[in-house]
Design a binder for this molecule. Sequence first.
Ligand code: CUA
Length: 323
Amino acid sequence: MFDPISPFGKPISDLFIFILILGAFVFLLVFGIVVYAILSSRRRVRNGEEARQIFGNNRLEITWTLGATALVIFLFVLTVITMNTSDPAIVSADQQNPDVVIVGHQWWWEYQYPKAGKGADGRPLVTTANEMHMPVGTKFVAKLEAADVIHDFWVPQLGRKMDMIPGKNDNYLTLQSDKTGELLGACAEYCGAQHAWMTIHVIVQSQADFNNWLQSQKQPPAAPATTSSIGGNPARGQQIFLQNTCINCHAISGTTANANVAPNLTYLGRRKILGAGIIENTPRNLQDWILNPQSIKPGVKMPGYQFSAEDIKDLVAYLEEQK
Ligand code: CUA
């Protein structure tokens, strides 16, 4: 948060730094007076005098009461100004049609892009998990929802945090990044065992790159090949995926898998992380994850699966080859 790259993050960072400096001055002032009182009283006592008695000194009491009050009022005014500049009002057009709907789940993030259109079932055509893409240099309005318990979306470089509350679906957050690159954030509201592993990965792209990404996410992945550069048979892996209980929770567009209980796995091979950031997305890690996710992220809602060596290889190939 000391390195804001957003017009909505900058005012928060500026205010925080200002209050830190002001607080340091107040601390030094109080500390200095205390030290002075101790030293001067000790000198008097050594000289056989009584320490100076200032109890009931109206002038001093009024000074420190009014001084502290004025300081707090000053900070209050600065805070109200910052609240306005860091959190612009959301116009109703953006409420009707936000750029992204972010849903907090135990313990991962769902990102829906309603502007890319909806399918026949009324659900957004582009839904992804744990890695949010957004264009650089423009307002990006997010609607925040929760699927189970309270979560909190916070990317410090982008500005304020905001709770996502089950049943309260009118929380909006205006995001904007003035730099491309990858930003990190975290869930900022304790939400259970794996609260710490709900990391937020934001990929800020040029508008053209973002449009390309959105367009390509919209198209279902190509039919899987029968061979793969990482070994295994993706086409057979797809059959394994569709014949097992994977499809009770996960969706992959262009297939019969359309459950939205767990992360949408469409184009999983494009992602850099698994398990909301706990491991990198590599074939080896994905295999370990499918066989025994509890050993990697205890408490995760995904059960472990028993697969033969050949089956797991094909399944991993299918998921990773969707790029
Ligand atoms: Cu989600 Cu803490």
